[in-house]
Design a binder for this molecule. Structure first.
Ligand code: GTP
Ligand code: MG
Length: 263
């Protein structure tokens, strides 16, 4: 069997990572694909994710807080390093399940995943050649030009850290109006529109910086599409699958003989 395709889901706290992973895993199952859900968040309190492989089996945030007398942030940092030490056990548990796709939910605090060296070791250990990162845009932040630009830069930073293909995904589209969605689509497709929107945003002492940042975005070229999704309404899950497939296999199913149930 080919190596599984691994997708890491990251984004700011509360962006909808855990909810999206569950919804996407359910969609994959209903479409006839096999996926393993992995929780890499040692502080996860989700009752809905139901991961097949859970880092909390090896590393638990509350235990670390108690054992070492650390607060939540110190415990998260210690946990990130402990996860790296346990990662080959996690990898073995994933490999034993032998599925085509591995969906990895990452800690709520993005800086733990994005900025710590331990996370790079984790991603190196878990991933083969077929890996990518989904960066989730929370509409609460993405709906203003400045917030949108900040998320673009954060996404670019994650790409810079991991050097893996990225898919940018707008979550919770159900909370936005049709007009807001159309505006976000214009910003995603046309950096000049985004630049104009940033310039029009209420002047702040930082407007110059915001404008310079928007120019930087402009020079990076348009986003390769911001995928609009809602885990709540099941919107965009198939589109996300297709986008991920394009990265993994040039648009083909991993196993060409496989016909998903929905086809
Ligand atoms: N309306 C709406 N709410 C959503 C959707 N997806 C997630 N949410 C809500 O957004 C909040 C955060 O969702 P999570 O899935 O826990 O987000 P997360 O990124 O995993 O959060 P952390 O791991 O704590 O950083 C919850 O209250 C969810 O119910 C969606 O598609 N639509
Ligand atoms: Mg979560």
């Amino acid at each position: 069997m080919d190596e599984p395709g691994t997708i890491y889901f990251t984004g700011t706290a509360g962006a909808g990572k855990t909810t999206f992973v569950r919804a996407f895993a359910d969609w994959m199952k209903s479409a006839g694909y096999e996926a393993t859900v992995v929780n890499l968040d040692p502080g996860s309190e989700s009752t809905t994710l139901d991961p097949a492989v859970d880092i909390r089996e090896w590393v638990q945030l509350d235990d670390i807080e108690d054992e070492y007398g650390l607060g939540p942030n110190g415990a998260q940092i210690a946990a990130a390093d402990m996860i790296a030490l346990k990662i080959f056990d996690v990898k073995q548990a994933i490999d034993e399940l032998k599925t085509d796709y591995v969906l990895v939910d990452t800690p709520g605090q993005i800086e733990l995943f994005a900025f710590r060296e331990a996370s790079k070791a984790v991603v190196d250990a878990l991933s083969g050649d077929r890996s990518q990162i989904a960066f989730l845009f929370d509409p609460a932040l993405a709906r203003t030009p400045g917030g949108f630009v900040s998320l673009l830069l954060l996404s670019a930073t994650v790409e810079f850290r991991f050097r893996l293909p990225m898919i940018n995904v707008l979550t919770k589209s159900d909370v936005l109006s049709a007009e807001q969605l159309a505006e976000l689509a214009r910003w995603a497709e046309d950096p000049a529109e985004l630049h104009d929107a940033v310039s029009r945003e209420a002047p702040t002492p930082d407007v110059q910086l915001a404008t310079e940042v928007a120019r930087a975005i402009e020079s990076l070229g348009p986003l390769a599409g911001l995928l609009v999704t809602s885990a709540k309404d099941g919107v965009g899950l198939e589109g996300f699958y297709q986008a991920a497939q394009r990265v993994f296999g040039g648009g083909e199913d991993l196993d060409p003989s496989h016909t998903p149930a929905s086809e």
